[in-house]
Design a protein around this ligand. Structure first.
Ligand code: COA
Length: 256
């Protein structure tokens, strides 16, 4: 694995995947403008040369939110720029899957970055939530639309209005994360998910993510257009022929 790391986001590239580690441990990986800039830079790279992304945090924390020191100084015009919101949309729209591997706190903007991932896994010390209203703002970088897509309207609004933190067992129960692993096993588990995805057809994976994220009123035409392309792909014929020939051999073997 080659490391081309630069603070505050360490980026490790390894063939079909990239591991990006939020890396401001002294600030609990709070997401500041430099982190946002680094996320944009990474997205530009992955838009041009798609690879699966594992997002994680250094030193037992995912991210304790947007950087409150910067947030306090931001004004109306900054809010309208959607500094974090646009970066997280770009992460969410990366062609290949994004996996958030969450150890410890994922609060505020940290939680919203995790919501932008396709798959979230955590550790027993996970603490995820949106305390924004307690700071006099709303969670405007994705929580108000993505959280309800993940856990449903009733749970999402309860979490956003109370600002309470969800621990690992509840997060697993409500589908906010899909599995829990000891801290030392978290990245191994994330890589195992990437390995599993990598066995599937890349074009089909890209199409599945894109179609899944398409607005409701674009279905089913968006599904059918994507499928029509895949139905013509040599890889579809190769994979299906391989299956049928394997079954044929099994039947022939069975008779012999
Ligand atoms: N923005 C900026 N700085 C942050 C931060 C954030 N979101 N979260 C933590 N930090 C900084 C602290 O100010 C402190 O800096 P200092 O050492 O220069 O004083 C450092 O990170 C360590 O934080 P501390 O609170 O001492 O760590 P802890 O382990 O006791 O507590 C948290 C961790 C996450 C519970 C606590 O830091 C916290 O509540 N952070 C804010 C969470 C939040 O409201 N996020 C939503 C933002 S929209």
């Amino acid at each position: 694995m080659t490391a081309a790391g630069h603070s505050p986001l360490l980026v490790e590239r390894a063939g079909d995947r990239v591991v990006a580690t939020l890396n401001r441990p002294d600030k609990r990986n709070a997401i500041d403008q430099a982190t946002v800039d680094a996320l944009h830079e990474l997205c530009a790279e992955l838009e041009k040369d798609p690879r699966t992304l594992i997002l994680t945090g250094a030193a037992g924390v995912f991210a304790a939110g947007a950087d409150i020191a910067e947030l306090r100084e931001r004004r109306a015009v900054d809010a309208l720029r959607g500094i974090n919101a646009h970066a997280f949309v770009r992460v969410a729209e990366l062609p290949l899957p994004v996996i958030a591997a969450i150890d410890g706190y994922a609060l505020g903007g940290g939680a919203e970055l995790a919501y932008a991932a396709d798959i979230r896994i955590g550790t027993p010390s996970l603490a995820i939530g949106n305390p924004e209203t307690g700071l006099g703002i709303l969670a405007a970088a994705g929580a108000s639309w993505r959280l309800k897509e993940i856990v449903g309207d009733a749970r999402a609004i309860e979490l956003l209005l109370t600002g309470r933190t969800v621990k690992a067992d509840e997060a697993l129960r409500i589908g906010l994360i899909s599995s829990v692993h000891e801290t030392g096993d978290l990245l191994t588990a994330a890589h195992a998910i990437v390995d599993r995805i990598a066995r599937n057809d890349r074009a089909a994976t890209i199409a599945t993510k894109r179609v899944f994220r398409a607005p409701r009123d674009r279905h089913p035409s968006v599904d059918l257009e994507a499928q029509s392309e895949l139905f013509e792909s040599p890889e579809k014929f190769r994979r299906m022929t391989e299956f049928l020939e394997r079954k044929d051999r099994q039947h022939t073997g069975g008779r012999a």
